[in-house]
Design a binder for this molecule. Sequence first.
Ligand SMILES: [Zn+2]
Length: 104
Amino acid sequence: MNKIRKGDTVRVIAGNDKGKEGEVLRVFPKEQRIMVKGVKMITRHLRPSAKHREGGILQQEGTIHISNVLLVCPECDRPTRVGFHITETGEKLRRCKQCGKTFD
Ligand SMILES: [Zn+2]
């Protein structure tokens, strides 16, 4: 089970984009990397092609390692490390280490 999932809001804690917050667009579990909206923007120069006659410049998110972000807790709105909690019914939930609340 992943601590960070698509759709989560995360705070970047290292690198050039330190301090930025954004929505997780994609998760690459094997590589432990994520793509965050507006973070680690990379510029790609497109050659002119049939589809893009003029060519051009495309801005696109790159991936960052999940150790470079903290999840922003949906309950207390603070950046936090994530723990896990298993309920009496065997359900595994994530738990905020700041406020102690659990969430899916
Ligand atoms: Zn919290």
